[in-house]
Design a binder for this molecule. Structure first.
Ligand SMILES: [Zn+2]
Length: 250
C-alpha cells in the first residue's frame, strides 16, 4: 500500500513529499509551504511516523558510539574494492530513539515517501512491512550530523594506490583529476617525480547533492520500524548513497 500526500491548497495527490512541495512552490508560491499529511488509500492519516527528537544527555554516549559505527561504514564505502554507484548500508539493530535523534541532527528532513511493502531480507522476513524514506540533498547537513561523534574521522573522498589510501590533491572535477593523471603519466618519461609511490590509481567520492534532471544524488535514509515484533524499541535502517569512482589508467 502506498501513502499519498495532498496539497493543502488544491487537494491534488502526490506520492512523495518532494513532488508535493515542488508542486506547491510552483502553483501556490504566494504562500509559504507548510508541509502536508500522508494518508492511506482510505484517506486515513498516517500515524506513528518517526519524529525528529533530541536525545537525553545520558543516552548521548550510546548514540555517539552507534553513529561512529555508521560513520565507519559510510567512509568504508570509498574503498576501491567496493562497487561504484548506488550503495546500501544496512544497520539491522537500531534504537528508535537513536534514529529520531539522527533526524533531529539532520534538521528534521521532511518525509519523502511511506509505503507498506514486503521485506524479504535480513534481519527478518515480512510480507508487509512499513517503510519510511527520507532524502537529504545537502552534503553539509550530512557532514554536520555525522560529526556529532568524534571517533571516526569523516571523509567524503579518498585516493588509493591499489588497495592502500594515499594522500592526494583535491580535484574539483573529474576532468581535472583526469588531467592530473595524464600529467603524472607524462612525467614518468621526463623527470622522476618525488614520492611516486604515492601516485593514486583510483579515487572515490561520496556524492550528495540535488543531482541533475533524473539522475539524483541524494543520501536516503530508509527506516523500517516494524521489522522486530518482540523488540519494538528497535528498527532497521538502510542508508543509500552514491559513490563515484575514477580509475586512473596508466
Ligand atoms: Zn496545489
Amino acid at each position: 500500500m502506498a501513502f499519498t500526500i495532498n496539497c493543502s491548497k488544491c487537494n491534488k495527490q502526490f506520492k512523495t513529499g518532494y513532488s508535493a512541495k515542488k508542486h506547491y512552490d510552483h502553483s501556490h508560491y504566494q504562500h509559504p509551504y507548510q508541509g502536508g499529511i500522508f494518508r492511506d488509500s482510505r484517506g486515513q492519516a498516517l500515524v506513528n511516523q518517526p519524529k525528529a527528537l533530541q536525545l537525553d544527555k545520558e543516552e548521548m554516549p550510546h548514540y555517539k558510539m552507534w553513529l561512529a559505527l555508521v560513520a565507519e561504514q559510510i567512509v568504508g564505502s570509498l574503498t576501491p574494492s567496493g562497487k561504484a554507484g548506488w550503495q546500501q548500508i544496512h544497520e539491522v539493530h537500531v534504537k528508535k530513539s537513536h534514529f529520531e535523534h539522527l533526524l533531529f541532527s539532520l534538521g528534521g528532513p521532511p518525509l519523502y515517501q511511506v509505503r507498506d511493502v514486503k521485506h524479504h531480507k535480513q534481519p527478518l522476513h515480512h510480507d508487509i512491512n512499513r517503510r519510511f524514506s527520507y532524502r537529504i540533498y545537502d552534503a553539509e547537513v550530512v557532514l554536520n550530523a555525522l560529526t556529532e561523534q568524534e571517533i571516526v574521522r569523516i571523509q567524503t573522498s579518498a585516493a588509493f594506490r591499489y588497495g592502500a589510501q594515499v594522500n592526494f590533491q583535491r580535484f574539483t572535477s573529474t576532468e581535472e583529476a583526469v588531467e592530473a593523471a595524464k600529467q603524472r603519466a607524462f612525467s614518468r618519461f621526463t623527470t622522476r617525480v618525488q614520492g611516486e609511490q604515492q601516485t593514486p590509481t583510483s579515487r572515490s567520492e561520496i556524492v550528495v547533492n540535488a543531482g541533475e534532471g533524473r539522475s539524483t544524488r541524494e543520501l536516503e535514509l530508509i527506516w523500517w520500524p516494524d521489522v522486530f515484533q518482540h523488540c519494538r524499541d528497535y528498527g532497521k535502517l538502510t542508508v543509500r548513497l552514491f559513490v563515484s569512482k575514477t580509475t586512473f589508467k596508466r
